[in-house]
Design a protein around this ligand. Structure first.
Ligand SMILES: [Zn+2]
Length: 324
């Protein structure tokens, strides 16, 4: 038996699960609100509390669990387990030794990784990436994250920073991005960008299902509303997803040119749009990429849903514990 705990530190919820890393099966799961505005110390306390509750509720003997993996929305140093910067969570989160703190409190080995890198690992081993030797995974949520597998190796780059597709430049003279660059993909195709395009359409007084779905309350427009409107056949909403897909297609084309993957996996909350997003991506790639044998590249949706990140974080803990 190879049981590890995977934790996903999300902007809204903190989720934890005991996972059998040999099968990818999740046994026990718990979640609580992250309440990130209360600051990093409160959030770390909740991580420890949630983990203790999970172990207790599982009834597993303490030594049955081999370690804990934590996926975080930012770029932690995977070698030291120190979070240098978490741009997507309120609070300071500057040089926070998350790994050491949780390890000390729970007395189990802890490993920290970017949340979408964790998702990539989960999808590669147990989900849509099974059997692929080289793949790219993009997760489109509030922001856009990514991860890579190259030549049968989980590719992490310096300190685990490889795969930041959200910050690929898709418009040279685009607006400034939170990362310090300009014209990044995240500004054009993330859940936040999709929602902003919807708000603009309603503000301009266009008749669209988007406005009707939220009773013309602009604050309630999120990517989910746009997707729902598009699924109901609203042309403006479909156009927004088409535009996001165009930019995603440009970025995916660039990725193809770098690693020439057999598979490209689309995950994250916005990927529930399915073909409404996948089709324009594939169309853009087909129109613009000639240097890669596209008939050998599969474009697929992630399979593990919100559990992908949890399973991946557990797999990451196992890899770190076993030194592989
Ligand atoms: Zn950026």
């Amino acid at each position: 038996m190879s049981h590890y705990i995977g934790i996903d530190l999300g902007g809204t919820n903190l989720r934890a699960a005991i996972t059998d890393t040999d099968t990818g099966q999740i046994f026990y799961q718990r979640k609580c609100p992250t309440l990130a505005t209360e600051g990093q110390e409160a959030v770390i306390r909740r991580i420890v509390q949630l983990t203790r509750e999970l172990i207790q509720a599982s009834g597993e003997p303490a030594d049955a669990i081999k370690g804990i993996g934590i996926g975080v929305p930012g770029t932690p140093n995977i070698d030291t387990g120190v979070i240098e910067f978490l741009p997507n969570l309120p609070g300071r989160w500057l040089n926070v030794p998350l790994q050491a703190i949780v390890q000390e409190q729970i007395q189990l080995p802890v490993a920290v990784i970017n949340d979408v890198r964790a998702l990539t690992l989960g999808e590669w081993i147990f989900g849509a990436g099974r059997g692929a030797d080289t793949l790219a995974c993009l997760a489109i949520g509030t922001g856009i994250g990514g991860g890579l597998v190259v030549n049968g190796q989980f590719h992490l780059g310096i300190g685990g920073t490889a795969g930041e597709f959200g910050h690929h430049v898709v418009e040279v003279d685009g607006p400034p991005c939170g990362c310090g660059g300009r014209g990044c993909l995240e500004l054009y195709a993330s859940g936040s960008a999709i929602a902003a395009m919807g708000v603009k359409e309603v503000m301009h007084g266009h008749t669209t299902r988007i406005g009707e779905l939220v009773n013309h309350d602009l604050n309630r427009i999120d990517a989910g509303v746009i997707i729902q409107a598009a699924k109901e056949g609203d042309l403006i909403a479909m156009g927004i997803l088409q535009r996001a897909g165009l930019y995603l297609g440009i970025a995916v084309g660039n990725i193809l040119g770098v690693i020439s993957p057999q598979r490209v996996i689309l995950g994250g909350g916005v990927s529930v749009a399915g073909d409404l997003l996948l089709k324009p991506i594939v169309q853009t790639v087909n129109e613009r990429v000639r240097v890669i044998p596209l008939q050998k590249v599969q474009f697929v949706l992630a399979e593990l849903g919100i559990n992908g990140g949890l399973i991946g974080a557990a797999l990451w803990a196992k890899r770190k514990c076993e030194g592989s």
